[in-house]
Design a protein around this ligand. Structure first.
Ligand code: IMP
Length: 458
């Protein structure tokens, strides 16, 4: 069977920890979208691993697959694999032949476009990993796929088509001189060919490429368990998120089918677990109706650091929760939990269960708020509106909960749900009831042992 892990908010909900938590029962972990814009922190035997591409399960000896819906930067991939090997691990990672390759100019174009957009305050705040430009080329039918790296003739043919177009974009659209770029080789067919053909040889030598759909179907037919690991989150989904402040793929459960080659029926027969952070964070631009304070440069119309009560609270939560980007180190914007957002995410992906993370971070506050509904143009809304402009006009209607004390979370995790402070349970049960979805797991600390497990999905 499959268990699909989906971020219900804006990414960084702690998906890696939940993948890891249920990992013992898993034979294969497959990522279905995104690339090295993702960041997973996994603590294994006291060691912390920060990964952006290698699926988290691969550090525990599981087979890790990057599905066809992913965009793969082989430089990052091999860096991560080599680092893990240096630390004594031997990750077994397979890459879909249909996955698209992030080429050096994709990153450069990502940066150039963000810079141009920033002149009119339209930047997305991307991770700069070339994600958008690579998916653009995929949709434009001019991309290079992992399978193409295995065949020198095909690779050269594809590069000879696409690189001159990109050179023209850089020179004629953006008016830049390629020779003055930091590394002009990013737009040189021969240089790219040499480097990426070498990656292809390594893929081949280490037998790393697969037909992901066929590989995963066969795994399931053999009675093995497959975890489908989403990156990012619902509100930065290209279709269901707040466009254009989104990533360029589908983190929602539908993406688990298209991004692996398993049918929607197979995915739907399994469990779909929505990962919920007990409050809200966001990296990059775009609205956030329950935001506390703001981050200069990311929060719209927030040009100067404020010093009010909400800023203090945001800073406190950011420090307690370690809310800085795994990939970029940027401070994350912080807000209260947003129920209209979670109702939207629950509908889009059909969560059969949720996992609530970081409940411990809120401990010690006098009160904890949630955005229960929105008011938009005088009307109360229980779920998110479809356009970002409408969402930006939404005002959150808050519900206030009494806070809960700091306790020995490790002990609470081993004793189980009943050991949680009463007010924390009230908070959890409110979320369960509003989403009509049971909480399978509750994270009260970063380690694997600091999670209350109420349901084993496999
Ligand atoms: P991109 O995916 O690099 O194109 O970035 C698009 C938007 O998604 C930006 O607002 C990023 O901050 C956000 N984003 C991308 N990946 C992640 C992630 O793993 N966690 C949180 N936000 C992300």
């Amino acid at each position: 069977m499959t268990v699909t892990i989906v971020g219900s908010q804006l990414g960084d909900e702690g998906k890696g920890g939940i993948v890891d938590l249920y990992g013992d029962d898993v034979d294969v972990v497959a990522r279905y979208q995104g690339g090295d814009n993702a960041g997973h922190t996994v603590v294994h035997e006291g060691e912390e691993y920060k990964l952006s591409l290698v699926p988290s399960g691969a550090i525990r000896g599981k087979v890790g697959v990057l599905g066809n819906g992913c965009v793969v930067n082989p430089r990052t991939l091999f860096d991560e694999i080599d680092t893990l090997q240096d630390r004594g691990l031997d990750p077994d990672v397979r890459i879909a032949e249909r996955a698209h390759v992030i080429l050096p100019f994709h990153r450069v174009l990502d940066g150039i476009e963000e810079k141009v957009k920033s002149e009119t305050d339209q930047e997305v705040g991307t991770t700069g990993r070339g994600i958008g430009p690579t998916y653009e080329d995929k949709a434009g039918r001019r991309g290079v796929r992992v399978g193409d790296l295995l065949d020198p003739d095909v690779l050269r043919e594809r590069l000879e088509y696409v690189v001159p177009q990109k050179r023209a974009v850089v020179e004629d659209v953006y008016g830049l001189d390629i020779d003055e770029l930091e590394d002009p080789d990013v737009l040189d067919v021969d240089a790219i060919f040499e480097e990426f053909r070498e990656f292809g040889r390594r893929f081949e030598a280490e037998d790393m490429t697969v037909n992901a759909g066929a590989f995963l179907s066969a795994t399931i037919d053999e009675g093995q368990n497959v975890m489908l690991e989403g990156a990012q989150g619902t509100i930065i989904d290209i279709d269901h998120g707040n466009y254009p402040y989104v990533t360029s793929s589908n983190p929602t459960a539908g993406g688990a089918a298209t991004g692996t080659g398993l049918s929607p029926g197979v995915v739907g027969d399994g469990e779909v677990i929505g990962i919920v952070k007990a409050y809200l964070t966001r990296v990059g631009s775009g609205p956030l109706p329950t935001e506390l304070g703001g981050v200069v440069g990311d929060t719209p119309d927030y040009d100067e650091q404020g010093e009010g009560e909400n800023e203090e609270l945001a800073n406190y939560i950011r420090e307690e929760g370690g809310e800085y980007g795994t990939v970029t180190g940027r401070p994350r914007r912080v807000g209260w939990l947003d129920l209209p957002m979670l109702r939207h995410s629950t509908r889009v992906s059909g969560f059969t269960g949720i996992a609530i993370n970081h409940l411990d971070v809120l401990a010690g506050l006098d009160e904890v708020k949630v955005g229960h509904t929105y008011t938009l143009d005088g009307e109360e809304l229980a779920s998110m509106p479809a356009t970002t402009e409408q969402w930006a006009r939404c005002e959150a209607n808050f519900k206030t909960f009494d806070g809960w004390p700091e306790v020995d979370w490790q002990a609470a995790a081993s004793e189980g749900y009943d050991a949680l402070p009463e007010n924390a349970k009230t908070y959890v049960e409110y979320i369960e009831s509003e989403l009509d979805t049971p909480a399978y797991a509750i994270g009260v600390g970063p380690g694997r042992g600091e999670t209350i497990v109420r349901e084993q999905p496999f």
